[in-house]
Design a binder for this molecule. Structure first.
Ligand code: G6P
Length: 466
């Protein structure tokens, strides 16, 4: 939708708040997404003149744009499918995601060849499409909030087109330390940093990521210049989660889940996208270790693992998904008995079932190799029925806020993780409930609406640097 007077607040992200599918009868069905940004943006109300610029991600989205179907306040960019594939799969998810999550390991190391350069040109074109759309839609002096590693070049490009705008960029991922970031070709590293430094203000989820970014700028870009850096640790949306987790569909799934777990058994729960950085395989290995080291838990515990498909266009993600399934089956074959399935693995995305698992969990396992924040760690304590012990990787951004009441693990160490699972299962109910209460308070310190407003205020209050 074009805003006649220009929008006062603009959000730009790869994935937008709505997506479309073409139904069998040819009609379009819209599905609205959730997440921090959607709830955050609602804080400024429907009359604030906000516009969300996002990309077409599916055939349904493309068809919606072609038919002129859309929602007020959302503009989908019809980026050519091959340009999007190169920018999103090739550069954003294969290179930048891997660098920031430090996922490259032998033999899976990057090769920055001519194909990479070709994909990089698409990444530039993709970013330019966003910058041009934002420049076209923004009112004079408007605030533009650019999101994430897909769009690192947008602030710099937009600054050139529209020096009057106030521009922010927020990273939802970790940021790599300079010695790892240095893996990128020098000119690309500089381009990413300079692109981001086109913003007036940059936001990160934790101090650790903000410091890493600053260190990269010192090493590759001669410092931060006029750009200010701030930390906004997105919290869980308590009101929404508590209400949603008591709706009828969640109650139904609680009944089913209780049957799958079995009477009187404990549940170790994890909920993730099937994502290399989430470390699901080592989570399963730790659970297997627990059953080996502590046979007394056999038949008395179930690992409820929800691993929802993600980025399946990438072979490495498909392989990882297969490995998760293989290992879950192997554990079930090796330890299972007629009345006990040790691992209950579900791969079909179902938010109501995730909430049901949060409510029932005795232990939540959140063991990423590296994670910008990890909202599961923050959501579980908020909706838990009877208190839940949290086993948490020290490498999750959430650890900065939740570390004191969680059981901290090194995500690579499956023996330590198995021990932490054992300790979590043994934690006395009183202590568990007390810790859960404190975790929930820390997890909700900055709910999405305030998280969003804080960024907007910081952008508005700051000096106009140019
Ligand atoms: C991470 C990114 C988000 C992204 C999400 C899901 O959290 O920071 O920007 O939306 O993963 O990934 P996807 O590739 O499905 O959008």
């Amino acid at each position: 939708m074009a805003v006649t007077q220009g929008a006062q607040v603009l959000v730009a992200s790869n994935r937008g708040p709505v997506s479309y599918t073409v139904e069998d009868d040819g009609s379009l069905r819209a599905r609205r997404g959730g997440g921090g940004l959607v709830s955050g943006l609602s804080a400024i109300g429907p009359d604030a003149g906000a516009l969300w610029v996002c990309s077409v991600l599916s055939d349904g989205d493309r068809e919606a744009v072609r038919r002129g179907v859309g929602e007020d306040g959302v503009r989908m960019l019809d980026v050519p499918a091959d340009v999007h594939a190169d920018a999103y799969n090739g550069i954003a998810n294969s290179v930048l995601w891997f660098v920031h999550h430090m996922l490259y390991q032998t033999p899976l190391e990057p090769v920055f060849d001519a194909e990479f350069r070709r994909q990089w040109a698409s990444y530039e074109a993709y970013n330019r499409a966003f910058a041009e759309a934002l420049a076209e839609e923004a009112a004079r002096g408007a605030a533009v909030l650019v999101q994430d590693y897909h769009l690192t070049l947008v602030p710099g490009m937009l600054r050139e087109l529209r020096p009057d705008l106030r521009i922010a960029h927020f990273s939802h991922t970790p940021w790599a330390p300079p010695e790892y970031f240095a893996m990128l070709p020098d000119d690309i590293a500089r381009q990413v940093l300079r692109g981001m430094l086109g913003a007036d203000r940059l936001g990160f989820l934790t101090h650790r990521w903000a410091d890493a970014f600053t260190a990269c700028c010192e090493r590759f870009a001669g410092g931060l210049g006029d750009t200010r850096v701030g930390v906004h640790g997105l919290g869980a949306d308590a009101d929404f989660l508590r209400a949603r987790s008591h709706e009828a569909d969640v109650e139904e799934r609680i009944t089913t889940l209780r049957e799958e777990i079995g009477e009187g058994r404990r549940a170790i729960v994890r909920v993730d996208r099937t994502e290399l950085s989430k470390n699901i395989v080592r989570g399963l290995l730790a659970y297997r270790q627990l059953l080996d080291d502590r046979p007394e838990w056999r038949e008395r515990v179930v690992h409820v693992a929800f691993a929802y498909p993600s980025r399946q266009d990438l072979a490495v993600y498909r392989d990882y998904t297969a490995e998760v399934r293989r290992l879950a089956d192997e554990i079930n074959e090796r330890y299972g008995t007629p009345g006990w399935r040790p691992v209950v693995l579900h791969v079909k995305d179902d938010f109501a079932r995730s909430l049901a698992a949060y409510r029932l969990a005795d232990v939540a396992l959140v063991n990423p190799i590296r994670d910008g924040m990890n909202l599961v760690a923050k959501e579980v304590p908020v909706v838990s029925d009877a208190g839940c012990a949290l086993v948490l990787s020290r490498e999750a951004g959430a650890h900065e806020e939740l570390g004191e009441d969680a059981l901290t693990v090194n995500p690579y160490d499956v023996v330590e993780t198995a021990r932490a699972l054992d300790e979590a299962l043994r934690m006395a109910p009183g202590e568990r409930a007390e810790r859960t209460k404190r975790l929930a308070a820390a997890a909700t310190a900055l709910p999405p609406e305030r998280w969003f407003l804080e960024q907007l205020e910081a952008l508005r209050d700051g000096p106009v640097s140019r």
